[in-house]
Design a protein around this ligand. Sequence first.
Ligand code: F6R
Length: 615
Amino acid sequence: MCGIVGYIGKREAYPILIQGLHRLEYRGYDSSGVAMISTKGELNIYKSKGKVDALEHYASDKDLSGTIGIAHTRWATHGEPNDTNAHPHYSQSKRLALVHNGTIENYTVLKVALLKHGYTFVSETDTEVVVQLIEYIRDTNHCSLFDAVKEATRQIVGAYAIAVIDKENPDQIIVARQSSPLVIGVGEDEYFIASDATPIIEYTNKVVYLNDGEVAIVNRGEPLHVFDAQGESKDCIDITELRMSIEELEKGGYPHFMLKEIFEQPKTLADCISGRISSDGKRVVLSGVVMNKEKFLNAHRIIIAACGTSWHAGLIGKHLIEDFCRIPVEVEYASEFRYRNPVVTEHDILIALSQSGETADTLAALELAKKKGAFVFGICNVIGSSIPRATHSGCYIHVGPEIGVASTKAFTGQVTVLAMLALLVGQMKGTVSDETLHRVASDLRRVPKLIKDIFKMDSQIQDLAKIFTYAHNFLYLGRGYNYPAALEGALKLKEISYIHAEGYPAAEMKHGTIALIDNEMPTVVIAIKDNVYEKTVSNIQQVKARGGRVLAIVTEGDEIVSKMADYIIEVPEIAECLTPLLTSIPLQLLAYYIAVIKGRNVDQPRNLAKSVTVE
Ligand code: F6R
C-alpha cells in the first residue's frame, strides 16, 4: 500500500531509487515519482501515472543527477491516480519535497487552516497537506526541518511513514513513522530508506526498523539519530541483520512472481518445518509457544484475527486447534473485530495472522485485544514487521519474500505453522495422542514431496484452464477442512482473473446458491476422501442434476467422483487435517493459468496492493 524509497550517500541516487521502486511496486502501482536534489542544487520532482516503467520513460531526458533523493510508488487513497496526485509533493515554496505512505485522517481540518494562511494546493491528496504543514511550521517557528517534522507529526492524526528533503540542505533526509512501516538501511557512509527491506538488501543487510512515533535524522556521512515518541534521542539504536537473499527477490526465470512462488512451495514448506519437527516425527517445537506454555495451557479461548487469504488460513487453524487442543477458537475478520466491542479477557489468546505483518486492521485488532488483557501471538512472514513487534510472542512462517500480490506460499506456510502449533499445544495439554502427533507430524514432513507430485499435473491444469476461461462466474465448494480451501481458491481466481467466484460450504449450497447453477457456471468441488466424502458426493450429484459442469479435486485413485465429474485433478492421500495444503495447489495453478490466458497482469492485479496498511 504505497512504497517509499530514499537514498543519501556517495552514489547517484536515481538508479537506486528506481530499482527500489521496482522492488516495491507490489505495494502499489497506479503512479510513481522521484524527487532529487541535483548537482546544481535544484529540487527536481518527476512523476508519472502508471507503473514505474512509465516514470522511467518520462524521466529519461531529464536531469537525473544527485546523490540524495526520495521516491514513491502509489496505491491511491485520496485523489484519483494521475500525475498530479502522484508523490513526491512539493511544499508551497518548492523548497521541500515529501513522500508518504498511509492516510491522514484530519487532513481536511489542517487544509482549511493552511488555506487561511495563504497556502494553495495542487493535488487532492492528504499528503500535500503534510508537506505544506511542515513548511508552515518551519517558516513560522523559524525552526529546523527536524523540529518542524516533529511538530507536524504531533498535529496530524492517522497513519504515516514519511520522508522529507529540503533543497537548502542536500545532506539530510528526515523520516518519521506512525502505524506505517519504515526501514533504514545502514551502509558505508550511506543510508537507504524504504517501506520494507526489499529495496535495501542488495546494498546492505544492516537495517533499523523505526518504531511508532519515532522520527529520524538521516545525515550524509554521519551516524543516524533516532528520536523516540517522547522526542528523546535514542542512545542505542537496534541494528538488525537481515538474512534475505537477493535471489529471493527475483523471478528466477519464471514469467511471474506468482508462478515462482507457487512452485517454490516444496522448498518454502520444508524451510517452514525445518528444525521444528524432529526427524522421527515425534516432537514438534515452536519456541514462541514453548516459552509461553502456561498461556496456551490455560487459554479459555483463542481468537484468530486476520484478513483475506490469512483469514482463510485462520479458518483452517480453527479446525486444527479445536481438533487437537480442545480449545474453542473464533476466527475474526480483523476489520470487524476492531470496531466491535468484543468480549476479550486475560484468559484469551489472540493470534494475529498476517503475511506482511503490516495489515492495518490486523494490527489494530491485536492492539485492542492487548488492551483488554489478552495474550497476543503473531504468526507472520515478514521479519521485523509491525505485527511481530507489537505482539507478546509469536513465530514466523519462514517462506521468504512473497512478491506476487496474490498470496500463495504464505497461505500454505500459515496453515503449516497452525498445524504445528495445534499439535504442540495438543501434546502439552494431553489432548492429542502420541500416535496422532506422530502420524500428522510425519505427514507434514511429506508435504513438500507430495506438492512436487502435484506439479506433475501442471500441463493438465493448463489444459483445464483453457477449457474454463470462457466462464463469467465460478462456484467453489468444499467442506470441513476444505471449505476454507474453497474460499481461498475462489479468492485467487477473483483477484487475478477478475472472474466472479464464490466459495461455499458444499452442503450450504442448497440453501440458495444452487439457484445459480447451469451449464454456464462451472463448479469446482473439493471432494477428497474425508469424513464427509459421501455427503460431498451427493452435493456433486445435485450440481450435475441441474446441468452444472464439475471440476473435482479428488484423492488419488478415486473411482466414484471421477465417474460423475466432468474433469478431475487428483491429489495424494494425507492426514485429513493437512489436505488443504495439497488441494490449494491445483486451485492456485488453475487461477494462475486462467488469468494468464485472459491476459491479466497476474503479479499486479488492478486495484490491489500487497500489504494493506490503510483502512
Ligand atoms: C489475497 C491476499 C490478501 C491478503 C490480505 C491480508 O491473495 O493476499 O487477501 O491475504 O490482504 O494480508 P496479510 O496476510 O499481509 O495481513
